[in-house]
Design a protein around this ligand. Structure first.
Ligand code: ATP
Ligand code: MG
Length: 299
């Protein structure tokens, strides 16, 4: 089943990174036939196989060269890197792109009623976490003698269970912390999903495939942030209108049939247009202001 000529990419099988990673692969033109129970999914239009695994396994698979690339959260990647280095294992990889999903932070939190005046307050205490290496590195940097207690799940109940005085866990909204009577205190690591690849040479074919796909990722990410803006503007206010449009140094200006004093302006904006800007444009006499999403971009 495994063919070494095909590019092997590891993705999280099911979890917070799965959907966005698969969607990104689809958006860059890779057709996938994913069957829920199967570890491997073959692309039907490119020489690519997906390996669907737990996210914990992805850094090691890349570092051992078992797969060529992987989508992984920086938190997990950095933790595994430290763990492997401590065990004297190879921990090399290359980050190809930082992606626009999977955002979260690894934070220290303590019970609402705890006396906390900075990480020094944890001196001599126990902190439950799934990321002991990241946490211990932080303690070392901060010169704090505290103990990281490894828990692979239910970290947030550790203080109530009397297992630890604080926790260090991933947070995105803070709702889980609040529900467990905890307050976020120190952010020790900020994370996003990244696309990584193994070190070492690739065959000419694999390299050519990578070189074709990576610019498409840039195109998809750029397109998500960009907008296509169209509007009608009074000719006399053209310069003021241009000044209001982000990235509109050279907009396309088109004549409007039957309207001598008005032109149509089209522009690809690198960012969204805020309501406030639209209102200012309207005040200048602009009309029919349209802001549209862009699906793909190149060049
Ligand atoms: P697996 O079964 O694959 O081991 P998991 O339970 O370890 O799954 P998930 O909860 O699916 O992992 O999270 C995967 C990654 O998603 C995290 O390591 C992190 O990079 C990212 N992430 C984004 N937001 C959050 C969040 N609010 N909480 C936890 N992880 C988040
Ligand atoms: Mg995991």
């Amino acid at each position: 089943m495994s063919d070494n000529r095909r590019l092997r990419i590891a993705v999280q099988k099911s979890g917070r990174l799965s959907k966005d990673s698969i969607e990104l692969l689809k958006a860059i033109g890779i057709k996938l036939n994913i069957r829920d129970r199967l570890l491997i999914a073959h692309s039907t239009n490119e020489d690519i196989d997906l390996l669907r695994v737990r996210d914990d396994d992805i850094p090691g698979l890349v570092m051992d060269g078992v797969v060529d690339m992987g989508f992984i959260g920086e938190n997990e990647l950095e933790e595994k890197m430290l763990e492997r280095k401590a065990a004297g294992k190879i921990a090399d990889y290359e980050v190809m792109r930082r992606l626009d999903y999977g955002g979260c932070r690894l934070s220290i939190a303590v019970p609402n009623e705890a006396n906390y005046s900075g990480v020094q307050s944890l001196e001599g205490k126990r902190v439950a976490t799934t990321y002991p290496f990241l946490l211990e590195r932080y303690f070392k940097e901060q010169n704090v003698n505290a103990q990281a207690v490894m828990l692979t799940g239910s970290v947030e109940v550790a203080p109530r269970a009397g297992v630890a005085e604080g926790i260090c866990d991933l947070v995105s909204t803070g709702a889980t912390l609040e529900a467990n009577g905890l307050v976020e205190k120190d952010v020790i690591f900020r994370s996003k999903a990244v696309l990584i690849k193994r070190t070492g040479e690739f065959s000419t074919e694999k390299q050519a495939l990578i070189d074709r796909l990576v610019p498409r990722i840039d195109g998809v990410m750029q397109a998500k942030e960009s907008k296509y803006i169209m509007l009608h503007a009074p000719k006399a206010r053209l310069e003021e209108v241009k000044d209001l449009l982000p990235g509109a140094e050279n907009p396309t200006v088109l004549p409007l049939a039957g309207a001598e004093d008005t032109v149509a302006i089209h522009v690809v904006s690198p960012e969204n247009l805020f309501w406030e800007t639209m209102e200012k444009l309207k005040a200048l006499g602009c009309s029919s202001i349209l802001v549209m999403p862009i699906e793909k971009m190149m060049g």
